[in-house]
Write a protein that binds this ligand. Structure first.
Ligand code: SF4
Length: 240
């Protein structure tokens, strides 16, 4: 599915310097601030979803494995032809590894990814009757599927809230918004799972990924257009 592009406000505002943004002093203020963040994300991206094109859980698993160290846009260019050539799990399981690697070359790390895709198809056929499993533990037994991949597949393909997807955008923005003090993705996920309502786990990740691509950009966040300016005391806000 294509990424939701929001129309940013045309009138930019002077950015509030980080030191002038009051930090929450107690649990009630922290909760109010989090509600404000979630509310603004809902307004910006009410129906955010995964940008990786797919028609079923297996295709999403393939696309997510390919998206490691690669943009969703690039993956979306590769997968249509890939799924035409290998329409079933059996086709992937029997694919010649070198040939498959050549076909996914542009996504980077193609030898490892080809090995993972073939291994994943074989594992799912052998142990899960050809169905992508629906639990975190089972998915983690599939080659190429670490916790982030499993969360993407469970949340987007099955609507199962197993955790919070922590990619580079979620990691950066959770830190900028002081929703975590950690740098390790697993610990960041644990922090987010503690403070977010479970029914928000899936949507929150998608919203933050869109937010990170369009507004809270890594190198130069677009703070003058950001509706979270008033609650953001990130040191790297762009004041100009
Ligand atoms: S865009 Fe700027 S104001 Fe908005 S969350 Fe990111 S750093 Fe904070």
């Amino acid at each position: 599915m294509a990424e939701t592009q929001v129309a940013l406000p045309t009138l930019v505002h002077p950015v509030t310097p980080p030191r002038k943004v009051p930090k929450p002093k107690n649990g009630r203020e922290r909760k109010a601030r989090l509600d404000r963040i979630l509310g603004e994300l809902d307004k910006l991206f009410p129906a955010a979803t995964c940008a990786l094109r797919h028609e079923n859980a297996w295709q999403l698993l393939v696309a997510t494995i390919l998206s490691a160290q690669c943009t969703d846009e690039r993956v979306n260019k590769v997968t249509p032809e890939l799924f035409r050539k290998y329409p079933t799990l059996e086709d992937f399981a029997n694919a010649p590894q070198e040939e498959l690697a050549g076909e996914i070359r542009s996504t980077g790390f193609f030898n490892n990814k080809a090995k993972s895709l073939i291994g994943a198809a074989r594992k799912i056929l052998a142990d899960y009757k050809g169905q992508v499993p629906r639990t975190m533990d089972e998915l983690l037994s599939v080659p190429g599927a670490a916790r982030k991949t499993a969360n993407v597949v469970l949340g987007t393909a099955y609507g199962i809230a197993s955790g919070v997807v922590v990619d580079t955008h979620v990691q950066r923005i959770a830190q900028r918004l002081d929703l975590t003090k950690n740098t390790d993705p697993v610990k960041i996920e644990e922090d987010l799972m503690k403070i977010l309502p479970e029914e928000k786990w899936i949507l929150f990740s998608h919203q933050v990924i869109h937010f990170g691509r369009q507004i809270c950009i890594a190198r130069k966040p677009r703070c003058p257009s950001c509706p979270l300016d008033a609650v953001c005391y990130a040191k790297d806000k762009t004041l100009a």
